[in-house]
Design a protein around this ligand. Structure first.
Ligand SMILES: [Zn+2]
Length: 113
């Protein structure tokens, strides 16, 4: 299952140059997680907290590849479904050579193979 939630980049996300201030990405990730649990799991964070439940974040690792500017919309990146036979990770970048989770060599078929 892939959860999809576009995010419109607003003025409050950006620095004076009109580029997203990088800590804002973590707020966006947090927002997507909260909405995912409400939309898919059927429980809001308020309901979860009232039930003394939660979704702790233990570790976050981020690679920044390009600046994101005011007015852009963040969409789910294009991924291909190809299960890693070592760890089971289901989705990868279309041009991935190695699994990002375990480093296993992948052989994702494309139109040229
Ligand atoms: Zn793997």
């Amino acid at each position: 299952m892939i959860y999809h939630r576009p995010i419109q980049i607003e003025f409050n996300h950006c620095d004076p140059a009109g580029i997203v201030f990088f800590p804002r990405f973590y707020e966006m990730v947090s927002s997507v997680c909260e909405n995912f649990h409400r939309d898919v799991g059927g429980l809001s964070y308020a309901q979860m907290m009232a039930a003394q439940q939660g979704v702790p974040t233990v570790r976050v690792e981020t690679d920044f590849h390009a600046p994101v500017r005011l007015g852009q919309t963040l969409l789910r990146p294009h991924k291909v479904r190809f299960p890693c036979d070592q760890c089971g990770l289901q989705v990868h970048d279309p041009d991935a050579v190695h699994c990002k989770a375990c480093g296993n060599l992948l052989c994702i078929p494309d139109e040229g193979r």
